[in-house]
Design a binder for this molecule. Sequence first.
Ligand SMILES: C[S@@+](CC[C@H](N)C(=O)[O-])C[C@H]1O[C@@H](n2cnc3c(N)ncnc32)[C@H](O)[C@@H]1O
Length: 244
Amino acid sequence: MERENWAESISSTSADDAQAMFNKHLATYRKIVGENLMFHREVYGLLHNLLSQEMQKPFKFLDIACGDAVASAAALKGTAIDHYYGIDLSPQSLELARESLKDLPCPIDLQCCDFVEAMTDWSDAVDVVWIGMSLHHLQPEGKVRLMKDVRNTLSRDGLFLIWEPTLLDGESRAGWLDRFSAYRSVWAAITDEEFATMLAHNRLADFPESADGWKAMGHQAGFAHAEQIFMMPNRFGRVFQFRN
Ligand SMILES: C[S@@+](CC[C@H](N)C(=O)[O-])C[C@H]1O[C@@H](n2cnc3c(N)ncnc32)[C@H](O)[C@@H]1O
């Protein structure tokens, strides 16, 4: 799904082919979200409830790897959102995000860049940072570095939330990948080709951590509190919150 991870497979194709391939992957992801195969409804519903309950004063929200921001826009509707920042590598996704977010009653800043680079010198203080299904592409040192950069951008009472693939207790990365591949029949809404592409992407680019691992990384980054607040019903991923 991520543009940079397709680089190997698309390096020998023309720019038009590469564009077509990117659009195809984006369409598959939107189908997966539309069918709620990854439980976006529950996860972003949880985000909405959390923001409604805990952020009653106007707050600034940073959506790292926002994609088309359809689910974020729904989660932010009716909250005290005061400023939305979104970062993504994909211009096509950001074009869709601009449309999804247009009814939010606040400024919308969308940045087309690598989030690792963007976060190293991010200067605007924000109150909530959200990462949905993207931090797991980094290696452990990169994950901690990014979490530190997030912590540096957060206001004192700020909230950092991640929704990421998570290993079961005692499970290896290979075990997690096998567990996902055994899910083919449940993901009947996508074609065999789409599922195979997704699996190939997972094998190349997904590096889940255990629940204790995600929490320990948050502590290493300097957060005093790290807590799991949700597990997807299929147990492939979880939501964690970090606070100072
Ligand atoms: C799996 S989608 C997640 C979208 C959305 N956050 C969600 O919860 O459904 C991953 C997104 O991360 C973006 N992405 C991946 N690596 C990135 C990077 N290094 N910098 C910025 N965006 C990146 C991709 O373009 C894609 O839109």
